[in-house]
Design a protein around this ligand. Structure first.
Ligand SMILES: *Cc1c(COP(=O)(O)O)cnc(C)c1O
Length: 317
């Protein structure tokens, strides 16, 4: 486990042109398997589970290529916690890159259809599930619950000792990461930073309320954050060949690998915002690299990308 994760300065001709300083916080390198922000979000969830004698296992939810499911399966395996994944889709997905690993680490997979999966936040569905698995702790999709917040907040206390900056960018899926960053910023800094969440899915205006719902009372004072909803590239896990090329070029220039589902969309947002003149000259920007490289395994497997384009060290099966 490498925490605090390191912060690294990035060079790019665009940054010189617009006179900004850009660094990346490498949460992708916290752990070789547990995707960065998922490690942060699971940290206190797993500690809580271990502490509660009555809890004998954990359940969570995800799509069939989910970074959260992959991270959750490994983390539970590592901690000796039996776990169940409620997976959206058909049982045929059990052999894909992500779920083969999840099974390898001992996760029990329960496939549900889209209609059932849509009920994942409904209290009657959760009550039913809890009855079925009375001693299991239920963690929502993406790991975004109250216990996720203090884990992610630690990013801000680490950054405080690592670099001075004005603005931080993070990708946003369910909102737990952004909520944790807002909380940590409010907790550790007299003058809060500007926090920009880049929504990776379409029609994401609802995320503002999701983030607010996750904020502890005192973090609600933080007013300097925003969810940018224009940089989803067509929807969740969607992107054009052109988008992929721009991310690959950025990876090549900076020497840091970003993937096209989460962190790459943050990169594209950064490039677009720069071109719009959004940032002030001299502005110091931090990108939070949230990890998610395992997702490339499934994309390479499906022929969406090639291993040559994305030379990521994926673990062979
Ligand atoms: C899950 C995930 C996110 C989104 O985080 P949320 O807390 O759900 O908003 C961002 N980046 C990566 C790599 C992820 O796996």
């Amino acid at each position: 486990m490498i925490s605090p994760s390191k912060t690294q300065h990035l060079q790019h001709p665009f940054f010189d042109e617009y006179k900004v300083q850009v660094s990346v916080k490498r949460d992708d390198s916290i752990h070789p398997i547990i995707s960065g922000n998922k490690w942060r979000k699971l940290k206190y969830n797993l500690a809580f589970i271990k502490q509660q004698k009555k809890i004998t296992g954990a359940i969570s939810f995800g799509g069939s290529y989910s970074n959260h499911i992959h991270a959750f399966a490994f983390a539970c395996h590592q901690q000796g916690i039996p776990c169940i994944g409620i997976i959206r889709g058909e049982a045929g997905y059990a052999d894909n890159y992500t779920l083969t690993w999840a099974r390898h680490w001992g996760m029990q997979l329960h496939f549900v259809d889209r209609k059932t999966y849509r009920r994942r936040h409904d209290s009657d569905y959760i009550t039913e599930l809890q009855k079925q698995f009375p001693n299991y702790f239920i963690i929502p999709e993406g790991g975004s619950n109250e216990l996720a917040i203090p884990g992610v907040a630690e990013v801000m206390s680490e950054l405080k000792h690592q670099c001075q900056f004005d603005t931080l960018l993070t990708p946003v899926g369910s909102g737990g990461t952004l909520a944790g960053l807002i909380t940590g910023d409010e907790e550790h800094n007299e003058n809060v930073h500007k926090l920009l969440g880049v929504a990776v899915l379409k029609g994401a205006d609802y995320l503002v309320d999701e983030v607010k719902a996750l904020l502890p009372e005192k973090a609600k004072r933080h007013q300097n954050w925003q969810v940018l909803t224009e940089y989803h590239c067509g929807g969740y896990a969607k992107f054009s060949l052109e988008d992929a090329k721009r991310i690959l070029e950025f990876n090549h220039i900076t020497g840091v690998d970003f993937e096209p589902v989460y962190s790459g969309k943050m990169v594209l947002a950064l490039l677009n915002l720069l071109a719009q003149g959004y940032f002030n000259a001299g502005e110091r920007i931090v990108l939070l690299h949230t990890g998610g490289m395992q997702g490339l395994g499934g994309m390479i497997e499906r022929g969406i990308l090639t291993a040559e384009q994305w030379p990521i060290p994926l673990i062979d099966r």
